[in-house]
Ligand binder design. Structure first.
Ligand code: PEP
Length: 251
């Protein structure tokens, strides 16, 4: 099945308001002609609405880097799905390895966030990925299976069809070490097969699975050429218009 490529930039905890507006404008300019792929930016919460405003005449999608399961209330430091939507966001990254590793978010919390996003009409981008220790210990696929099954617990087939999954091996994030195209394809095929078991083949075939982990201008083409890699979630290389523009213009 042909899936529309999705290239996403995760700005993490980078950019002031002025820097974010400049970067968004440059990315808007270099992506205006791209009509065969989706481009998505996940800026910090503080600049979501500014970036959405700068890009209001573009096709670029805006996402938050996390999202709470509640709409409002006493959840200091969190952002609600309604807030993301009101700032111009249409999606939310959930379960990023930095959230899991540094802020101890587990599969159960990730699952609550997925349901929160879905309930309020945001597209969840569910991040999964094994650590180096898990890979070297032969546990990579068991870990991925747990993250997928628990992260998606209670998600209906209809909702699954709206979701995006991002395979991001923890050892490849921000390290300059990319999974080889074979390693990445193997993990993506595993996730797709698992989704087919949990849902239906048609649904599994329609879900976009992004690869993340030191994607750059030199490796994007070979990664994107893999059968089950439908896009990229880019961190470091998304912070410079020059590199992100070359990545999103992959051939
Ligand atoms: C990420 O933040 O999801 C990521 C993959 O980062 P980097 O591209 O820097 O490895």
């Amino acid at each position: 099945m042909k899936r529309r490529p999705l290239l996403a930039g995760n700005w993490k905890m980078h950019t002031t308001v002025i820097e974010a507006c400049h970067l968004a404008a440059e990315i808007g300019a270099c992506s205006a002609h791209l009509d065969d792929r989706d481009i998505l930016l996940a800026p910090p919460y503080t600049v979501l609405s500014e970036v959405a405003h700068v890009l209001k005449d573009s096709n670029i999608l805006i996402a938050s880097q996390n999202v709470c399961w509640e709409q409002e209330g006493a959840f200091t430091g969190e952002i609600s799905p309604t807030m993301v939507k009101s700032a111009g966001g249409v999606a939310a990254i959930i379960g990023h390895s930095e959230r899991r590793r540094i802020f101890h978010e587990d599969n159960e919390m990730v699952n609550k966030r997925v349901h929160g996003a879905l309930r309020f009409g945001l597209i969840p981008i569910l991040c999964i990925g094994e650590t180096l220790e898990e890979r070297e210990g032969g546990q990579a696929f068991t870990v991925l299976e747990g993250q997928v099954r628990e992260g998606l617990a209670g998600v209906s087939p209809d909702a699954m069809g709206k979701m995006v999954v991002a395979y991001e091996p923890v050892w490849a994030i921000g390290t300059g070490k990319t999974a080889s195209k074979e390693q990445a394809q193997e993990a993506h095929a595993f996730v797709r097969k698992l989704l087919a078991e949990m849902y239906e083949k048609d649904i599994a075939d329609s879900v976009r699975i992004l690869y993340g982990g030191s994607v750059n201008v030199d490796n994007v083409n070979e990664l994107m050429a893999q059968a089950d890699i439908d896009g990229a979630l880019v961190g470091g290389a998304a912070l410079k218009a020059e590199s992100f523009c070359r990545i999103i213009n992959f051939t």
